[in-house]
Design a protein around this ligand. Structure first.
Ligand code: FRU
Length: 496
């Protein structure tokens, strides 16, 4: 039995140790069950995870199991090297400790961008799904908070979204302030959709009436919710696999986020192509910046998307299953909800599946990009540009971070190296070769402007006026700075 005195309970993790069940008791009652590769002795730890006791203020915390070794401290173990670790991304978000995957609940609330994410606080690999939580005033500098959601008797906390309930349709608001509401999948014996809310953006309470949507078929998941202005109701898009392994998106509506009615179901992709598989997002964009010509975009976890119209009930695709992000690693992207109208940007972050071997953390988020819709000879297409706030990291004196942004203008076939990766462009065939990928990258007015971002475990390329975006997991060789193009060394986002 351990009773708590200090903020952090640091736990020794040995990645190869068998998983052990560890049950957190709050005031004597089982609250969270985790499966943890605990080291048998502190000397055997590969790294230290931590439990932040501030998530349960004023409560008596203990573990149900005997012999769970912890180091209580006011600091997380290893805090002296936190964010300075050799493979710590310097211009991308990654978690202090443990595994992350999908971005969840991206929302602007109380003048801050909130980024929640699939988090295993106690492991280097996937498991024990919590919702991690970080906030940023500018989409560049992030501050991490304790996990917002921990697994409960309904299951692990799978992916979902967040909305500001401006009209307090849920009744969760307090003192005239709109609540922040999280809509997530609890993945237990059944996969159900649930709510949690907050009145300050930091402390979350699960709704006592959970689940708000029962299981439709096993594995249904990843609710993305938004307020549909013309019909004044909430709309949820949900991934559901129907009989015959058809991957569909179900559209539901609700007046209050609590009672949901099915409105329509997409045709559904077949299993082999995985289109419309997991983590849908659905939003409206102006085509060619023309606000009189709006289109709806339905995206899937693998970044493929359809473009069409939405009448508040049914999505009618005009262009289906368009492939988007090139290279590898980009997955389960989501766009921010509730960005103020005067800003009007549709900002997207994806998970980059890039390992950080030997580190006390693993995986990272992509650069936030602004999405637009552009006409092309093939039809409308999504385009991306990095958020302009990232320019605040440009700093000529920052060559030491090994992270940089490179702009290269190409007017003929060319070849150069960036951080040990060969990049060549075949001008005649309009093809970019990067490592073993050959990607069609159309010229724009006879030119090719590449924007390359290099961080410790990832390389990203924006090309063809944003119509092409490429991500590549890559262990940086930061010492060798490129000799081509305009180089902007980048300061670390963690140095404030
Ligand atoms: C996508 C995904 C989601 C699920 C989550 C679990 O990466 O499989 O469908 O909600 O990860 O972590």
């Amino acid at each position: 039995m351990n009773s708590f005195h200090k903020r952090y309970w640091n736990l020794p993790i040995q990645n190869s140790a068998p998983l052990r069940r560890v049950t957190l008791l709050v005031d004597g009652k089982p609250e969270v069950v985790n499966q943890i590769s605990l080291a048998a002795a502190p000397e055997q730890a590969d790294w230290w995870a931590f439990l932040d006791t501030h998530v349960w203020p004023g409560k008596n915390l203990t573990f149900a199991e005997e012999n769970v070794w912890i180091e209580e401290s006011d600091e997380i173990w290893g805090s002296e090297t936190l964010y300075k670790e050799s493979l710590r991304s310097q211009v991308h978000f990654s978690s202090r400790r443990g595994w992350l995957n999908d971005p969840n609940g991206l929302v602007f609330y109380d003048n801050n961008y909130h980024l929640f994410y699939q988090h295993n606080p106690y492991g280097w690999s996937w498991g024990n799904m919590h919702w991690g939580h970080a906030t940023s005033p500018d989409l560049v500098h992030w501050t991490e908070h304790g996990d917002a959601l921990a697994p409960d008797s309904l299951g692990a906390m799978f992916s979902g979204s967040a909305v500001v309930d401006w009209e307090n349709t849920t009744g969760f608001g307090a003192n005239g302030k709109p609540p922040l509401v999280l809509i997530y999948t609890a993945s237990g014996e059944q996969a159900t959709q649930c709510l949690a809310y907050s009145n300050d953006g930091y402390k979350f309470t699960k709704f006592s009436g959970n689940p708000v949507l029962p299981e439709i078929t096993p594995g249904n998941r990843d609710p993305k919710v938004f307020w549909h202005v013309p019909t004044r109701k909430w709309v949820m898009v949900l991934y559901v696999e129907t009989s015959g392994k058809r991957h569909t998106i179900h559209f539901f509506s609700s007046p209050d986020l609590k009672a949901w009615d099915l409105m329509s179901v997409t045709e559904g992709g077949i299993d082999s192509d995985k289109f419309l598989f997991e983590c849908p997002d659905f939003f409206e964009l102006d085509l060619d910046s023309n606000e009189k010509n709006k289109k709806w975009v339905l995206t899937a976890a693998n970044s493929n998307y359809s473009i069409g119209s939405f009448d508040g009930t049914v999505f009618t695709p005009e262009f289906s299953d368009i492939s988007d992000v090139q290279g590898e690693g980009f997955y389960a992207a989501q766009t921010f909800s509730d960005i103020p109208q005067k800003d009007g940007r549709r900002i997207q972050i994806g998970w980059i599946r890039a390992d950080s071997p030997g580190m006390p953390f693993n995986q990272l988020m992509s650069i936030p990009s602004v999405l637009t819709l552009k006409s092309t000879p093939e039809g409308p297409r999504l385009a991306r540009t990095p958020v302009k706030e990232l320019e605040s990291l440009r700093d000529v004196s920052a060559t030491g971070s090994g992270c940089f942004e490179l702009h290269v203008e190409i007017t003929e076939s060319t070849e150069f190296e960036v951080s040990g990766v060969r990049i060549s462009y075949d001008y005649k065939n309009q093809e970019l070769m990067v490592r073993d990928y050959k990607i069609t990258v159309p010229l724009i007015s006879g030119k090719q402007n590449l924007m390359v971002f290099v961080d410790r475990t990832v390389l990203e390329i924006y090309a063809s006026d944003g119509l092409v975006y490429i991500t590549l997991p890559h262990l940086s060789q930061g010492e060798s700075l490129p000799e081509r193009g305009q180089l902007y060394p980048l300061r670390s986002l963690w140095d404030i």
